[in-house]
Write a protein of this length. Structure first.
Length: 301
C-alpha cells in the first residue's frame, strides 16, 4: 500500500511517497503559498502528481507546525498562521476523496524515528527537534500520542527545570511566558547565552568551532547548554520515562552533546540513575515528511 506524507512548512511544502517497506518512491517540494486555499491547491496537486506518476492511490498524512484541536476540529498554534482556524484535515479529505490525517510535525518526527529510524523497535519514543526554536513529540507503539487536549509532547513551553537564581526571570518567550525551555536550549538560546557572556560568534557552528579550539567563553557556554538540556530531558524522564530520546534539528548535529549527556542526566533524574539512550536521528530533515506518511500504520492498510 502506498503511503503519502506531506510536510507543510512555512516556506515549503514537501511530499514523499513510501512503499510498504518504507522505501522512498517519489519526492517533490513546492514553495508554500501564504494563503489557505492556495495551500490546499498545492497539496492536492502534489498528491495527485505522486499518484499519477506511481500509478496507484495512497493514504495521506500531513505534518503541520501546529495542532488540530480535538474540540473544535480547527488548526491552532501554527506559525503558518493562514491555516489557523481551518479544518485542514476535512478540507483536504474532501478534495482528495479520502480520510486525511494531520498531526504536529514534531509528533511526525517521533513517529518516523520510531517506525524505521533511530528508535526502531522501541515502544515509547520522545522525539525532540532543536533548531531556531524547539519542539517535541511522543510516539507510542509507532503511533502519535497527541493526548486529550492535542498537545502531547509540547515540552518547549514549560519552564526550564531547576533554575538557578541568574536564570530565573531572565528570558521572554514568544508564547507570552518567561523562562521557557525553548528560550534556553534552542539554537537561538544557545547563541544568546554565549553572546551575553561576551562571545563574538553569531551561530552555533561558530561557537562549537571556537569550543574545539579551546575558547574559554565557548567551552563554558557549551557546558551550560548541555546542563540545561539535561535538566529539560530529565524532567521528561521523570514523568514519561521513555525507552529512548531522539534528537533532531540543527543542534542535534553537534556530536559533542552525546557523550556528555549520560554524565549530566543522573544528576537530575529521580534516584540518581539514568541509562535512557539519547541518540541522533536517522533521517534528518526528511524525518518529518516520512512520519507524516507513517501516520497510517502497517496494520491499517
Amino acid at each position: 500500500m502506498l503511503r503519502i506524507g506531506v510536510d507543510l512548512g512555512g516556506s515549503k511544502i514537501e511530499v514523499v511517497a513510501l512503499n510498504e517497506q518504507g522505501t522512498e518512491l517519489f519526492r517533490k517540494r513546492l514553495q508554500t503559498p501564504r494563503e489557505y486555499n492556495a495551500t490546499l491547491d498545492a497539496i492536492e496537486a502534489l498528491v495527485t502528481e505522486a499518484e499519477l506518476q506511481l500509478g496507484q492511490k495512497g493514504t495521506v498524512g500531513v505534518g503541520i507546525p501546529g495542532v488540530v484541536s480535538p474540540f473544535s476540529g480547527l488548526v491552532k498554534n501554527a506559525n503558518s498562521t493562514w491555516i489557523n482556524g481551518h479544518p485542514l484535515d476535512i478540507d483536504l479529505g474532501r478534495r482528495l476523496n479520502r480520510e486525511v490525517r494531520v498531526a504536529n510535525d514534531a509528533n511526525c518526527f517521533a513517529v518516523s524515528e520510531a517506525i524505521d529510524g533511530a528508535a526502531a523497535g522501541k515502544t515509547v519514543v520522545f522525539g525532540v527537534i532543536i533548531g531556531t526554536g524547539c519542539g517535541a513529540g511522543i510516539a507510542i507503539n509507532g503511533k502519535v500520542h497527541g493526548g486529550g487536549n492535542g498537545i502531547g509532547g509540547e515540552w518547549g513551553h514549560n519552564p526550564l527545570p531547576w533554575m538557578t537564581p541568574d536564570e530565573f526571570n531572565s528570558t521572554s518567550c514568544f508564547c507570552g511566558n518567561k523562562d521557557c525551555i525553548e528560550t534556553f536550549i534552542s539554537g537561538t538560546g544557545f547563541v544568546r547565552d554565549y553572546q551575553l557572556a561576551g562571545g563574538l560568534a553569531t551561530n552555533g557552528a561558530e561557537i562549537v568551532s571556537s569550543m574545539q579550539e579551546g575558547d574559554v567563553i565557548a567551552c563554558a557556554a557549551f557546558e551550560r547548554y548541555v546542563d540545561r538540556l539535561a535538566r529539560s530531558l530529565a524532567h521528561v524522564i521523570n514523568v514519561l520515562d521513555p525507552d529512548i530520546i531522539v534528537l533532531g534539528g540543527g543542534v542535534s548535529n553537534i556530536e559533542a552533546i552525546y557523550p556528555l549527556l549520560p554524565d549530566f542526566l543522573p544528576k537530575y533524574v529521580l534516584g540518581g540513575e539514568c541509562r535512557t539512550p539519547v541518540v541522533q536521528n536517522m533521517y534528518g530533515s526528511a524525518s518529518g515528511v516520512r512520519g507524516a506518511a507513517w501516520l497510517w500504520s502497517k496494520d491499517e492498510t
